[in-house]
Ligand binder design. Sequence first.
Ligand code: MN
Length: 340
Amino acid sequence: MKAVQIVKPNELKIIDMEKPVIDSGNNVLIKMTASGICGSDVGIYHGTNAAATYPRVIGHEIVGRVEEVGAGVTKVKPGDRVIVDQVVSCGNCYACRHGRGNVCGNLQVRGVHIDGGYREFIAVPESACYILPDSLSDVDAVMIEPTTIAIQSCSRAQLVKEDILLILGCGALGSTILKIARLSGAKIIVADVVDAKLEEALANGADFAVNLAKEDINKKIRELTEGYGVTVSIDAACTKDSLGTLLEVTGNAGRVVTMGFSIAPTEVTQFKITSKELDVRGSRLQNKKFGEAIQLILDGKLDLNGAVSHTFNFKDAQKAFDFTDTKDPSIRKIVLTFEE
Ligand code: MN
């Protein structure tokens, strides 16, 4: 079978690879149909993702059709359309024993630490498979994975109706968080430097928008919150200075959620955290949130159609990544497909 491998940073190859076989650990064989290109895939391609190891078959937004199942599999059957959980955890470490497998001490993420979905077949445990809702095409279903990331951040934030939430950044991550956050009924403020993105966020349920390039965010947040500050802030911009901004604009007893992987040092003071007794929490990947995301779709609360802007056959992955690099404004989500 063929696969897309990042041999080393900035070197992408279509390789021949042995087709996986069902064994006791990986008892569901899936014929891939669609796999999204995420910012982190682009980071692995360009060598800016510190977690990745090479050579690597990337892709963690993994959608396909069950081809064959091992004896004892009850959750899925051949022909089922599924999405695969990208998190592989050990089950034994402190994090795993406390139900936090997404930050397992021996964490292996498909497409990052172990081979992922940019290949014709993948074999995984049945526990990693989630059946797709009929309302979503395979291509659109890749959006379930980014949705789980958003659900994780809102769950880490313990977001409830009473909250006033700031989502910093209205790109792919921020707009997905907005879709989930609005379901809580919280009041939502979005911030970005691009007016068009802010307008889109307002059309999609944000209550207020702040243009960081034109307005003083501290002042604006005080105005919008009767001087208190937001009760929850989520960093979907993930720049070096995000954390400082969030610590500033989040009010007493609030929660600050970070999602960035920047290793650039940034200056923050203990005073900001201690004096307001802020909870600063990281949100990484997702912790068994696929079921929740799919239930929201089945309940008609979440519509993921229309997010994908471009598709490429996986054998044209080089073209797809080159196109991603153009940062063409028409790009929303790019998905690799696997039809012959
Ligand atoms: Mn992703």
